[in-house]
Design a protein. Structure first.
Length: 249
């Protein structure tokens, strides 16, 4: 199977579902409807990767199978996200569980090491014996992934992102964990820093169009925490999420 055959299948599905529904004012012209369509498109990509992974040509180049398996892992995550978003739309809440921070961060490290350029290194430090957070695992990982992606994009020539999790110094009555993402990249001007959390605000020509930080902020606020950003132009950025242990959702 060639790439163009796979592309054709995905292309044919798209106008029928997302664009077609929107054009006719169909009931799926809504966020859950669009998310559902995204799920269908993910399925198309998963099928294509399944076909690719069975192709004998793939084994001839040992660098290819790990790339395919990272793509499958990302799509599996995207599928979970779709499924959870739809469930949340139905039930009005994300599924909450006891989440091991160490486990979450090592999964993210594994993913990043597989799919990002080797010029970007990730230094992960987790304080021993951190209590689990009670929250949506997928939303927590999504928030951290957004922050890591911003840090990566701020270091176009590569560098090391420091990702740390520790107990927050007692400031109030609630115990909290802080998760910190530090880069020494481009940093932000005072104006950018002030607008960084605005939906649709972006300084990038490509990317997801200014949705990363608003999504992170919403997650942090939903769990009753807060987020702090310090940044200096041409020096770097530090983002810290403070997540209360007891009431995190
Ligand atoms: N680590 C960072 N270093 C430098 N600038 C950043 C960083 N994180 C966020 N920003 C700035 O904040 C803006 C908004 O970020 P975000 O909401 O994630 O949207 P996007 O990444 O799609 O632009 C970015 O366009 C960028 O200007
Ligand atoms: Mg972003």
């Amino acid at each position: 199977m060639s790439h163009s055959e796979i592309g054709l299948q995905a292309k044919n599905d798209f106008p029928l579902s997302v664009a077609g529904a929107a054009a006719k004012g169909h009931p799926t012209d809504s966020i859950p409807g669009t998310v559902h369509d995204l799920g269908n498109l993910i399925q198309v990509a998963v099928s294509a990767l399944n076909i690719l992974s069975r192709n004998a040509h793939l084994a001839a180049d040992p660098s290819l199978p790990p790339i395919v398996s990272s793509a499958r892992m990302s799509l599996a995550r995207a599928g979970t996200l779709v499924e959870q978003t739809l469930r949340r739309a139905r039930e009005g809440a994300a599924s909450v569980e006891a989440v091991s921070i160490g486990g979450c961060l090592s999964e993210l490290r594994e993913l990043v090491e597989k799919i990002w350029e080797p010029e970007i290194q990730l230094d992960v430090q987790v304080e021993p014996d951190l209590p689990p957070l009670t929250c949506s695992r997928i939303n927590l990982q999504g928030a951290i992934m957004n922050l890591l992606t911003n840090a990566r994009d701020a270091m176009p020539d590569g560098g090391t992102i420091a990702l740390a999790a520790r107990r927050a110094a007692k400031g109030g009555s609630t115990a909290a964990v802080e998760i910190e993402i530090l880069d020494n990249g481009l940093g932000m001007s005072a104006d950018t820093l002030q607008r960084a959390f605005e939906p649709f605000f972006t300084t990038r020509a490509t990317g997801l169009g200014g949705f990363g930080l608003p999504v992170v902020k919403r997650f942090v606020e939903e769990v009753g925490g807060h987020i702090a950003v310090e940044s200096k132009l041409n020096a770097g950025t530090q983002v810290t999420m403070y997540l209360p242990i007891a009431v995190c959702r």
